[in-house]
Design a protein around this ligand. Structure first.
Ligand code: C5P
Ligand code: MG
Length: 165
């Protein structure tokens, strides 16, 4: 078994009036939000898939089917926390996370500290190991036209010391 493994995650959600904009578990002040079965936290979903990918444990739809009422309007941080437990059960611990949110507006930079804080709490690692970046799409494509938001993430996991199977 390798000492270190990495996984990638990607997600997208349509923008919608009358919905909250929640990024990394933090409510962002905005006149629109993101559409989705759960709270549509595009960043948490991308990181969740990155964790599951690193552990080769399937994907978010496999662990949290949107047909299962248990996860309807679920807090995405709960799903993220579940993915951390999946990683632990596979004999690994989380080493680092790096992610990018692509959203035309509003500006998210002022929310970087609270987002990193919230994610580090949920992931159970220091916030120095959790990186979050923001980009516009320069007016191009659906994200650039304000029709959607995207997020990408990479997670690295490390074999737990003393773990034997
Ligand atoms: O997309 P662009 O390169 O123009 O973004 C410049 C900077 O603006 C980013 O590095 C990021 O710090 C910030 N940004 C932001 N919120 C967004 C998009 C970009 O704070 N929604
Ligand atoms: Mg999603």
């Amino acid at each position: 078994m390798s000492e270190y493994r990495s996984g990638t995650g990607w997600d997208t959600h349509r923008t919608a009036k009358g919905r909250p904009l929640i990024i990394g578990g933090v409510r962002i002040e905005s006149d629109f939000g993101l559409e989705g079965h759960s709270d549509a936290d595009v960043l948490s979903h991308a990181i969740t898939d990155a964790l599951l990918g690193a552990a080769a444990q399937g994907d978010i739809g496999m662990h949290f089917p949107d047909t299962d009422p248990k996860w309807k309007n679920a807090d995405s941080l709960q799903m993220l926390h579940h993915a951390v437990q999946v990683v632990h059960l596979a004999g690994y611990q989380l080493a680092s996370v790096d992610a990018t949110v692509i959203l035309e507006r509003p500006k998210l930079a002022a929310y970087r500290a609270p987002i990193r804080e919230k994610l580090s709490e949920t992931l159970g690692i220091p916030k120095e190991l959790v990186s979050v970046k923001f980009k516009t799409a320069e007016g191009l494509g659906p994200v650039g036209e304000g029709k959607s938001a995207e997020a990408q993430a990479v997670a690295t996991i490390q074999r737990r010391p003393g773990y034997n199977r």
